[in-house]
Design a protein around this ligand. Structure first.
Ligand code: TYD
Length: 203
């Protein structure tokens, strides 16, 4: 059974699902409340996250297992870094919201690496109290990403189809592990999605 971190919230989805947009929208709302909060994302902006960005851009090529190790190493820092880490923020009574977490590793890295291998690397990370999956079809994702100049290595329609399947496989595996998994229609209006999240979080 995984440990569940209260007040830790995670946003997940395919590329183009709108997790960054929702992260900013929630930040704007939290600014107007007395509630202290901390927003973060994976890959992080730390040294391991920067290396990962190079790989995602295609500037560096590594074995898929290596990328899985890097994401879990980046995650360890994201969670446990003294002062800046999610755990430290939660201990300071803040609400911590992250754009992506280990669910992304299970969905993306298990395309080329073995699912159980990726699961093993991530199994000791605590669960968020709430996970919001912004569900879109790979076709919608592709349309949304087509306006962006630089493509990352996973931003390919055939890969996104597998990513979505893997997300669902991962939710099935974790449905009784603790924490709540909320699957939201990622094609709804931005404000509508934010409102749904706010209602669930009581913001
Ligand atoms: P994304 O979060 O979409 O940020 P941006 O919009 O700035 O590109 O990009 C991160 C990419 O990294 C995305 O394709 C998902 C992928 N990813 C993994 O493959 N594994 C992981 O564990 C994480 C956190 C992300």
């Amino acid at each position: 059974m995984h440990q569940v971190l209260k007040n830790f919230i995670v946003l997940e989805g395919l590329d183009g699902a709108g997790t960054s947009t929702q992260l900013s929208a929630l930040g704007e709302i939290l600014k107007t409340k007395s509630r202290e909060y901390h927003l973060s994302c994976e890959p992080s902006d730390g040294p391991i996250g920067k290396l990962i960005r190079q790989i995602l851009k295609g500037a560096i090529t590594v074995h898929s297992d290596t990328l899985a190790y890097l994401f879990s190493a980046d995650r360890k820092e994201h969670l446990y870094a003294p002062e800046k880490g999610v755990l430290a923020q939660l201990n300071n009574n803040k609400m911590a919201i992250s754009d992506r977490y280990f669910y992304s590793s299970l969905a993306y890295q298990s395309i080329k690496s073995d699912f159980d291998f990726v699961y093993e690397l991530n199994k000791d990370f605590p669960l968020p109290e709430h996970l919001f999956f912004l569900d879109i079809s790979p076709e919608i994702g592709e349309k949304r990403l087509s306006s962006r100049d630089e493509k990352e290595i996973f931003e390919i329609p055939e890969i996104q189809i597998k990513v979505r399947d893997n997300y669902y496989r991962c939710f099935e595996r974790l449905k009784n592990a603790g924490g709540s998994i909320h699957i939201l229609d990622g094609t709804a209006a931005i404000e509508e999605i934010t409102l749904k999240i706010r209602n669930i979080l009581g913001l």
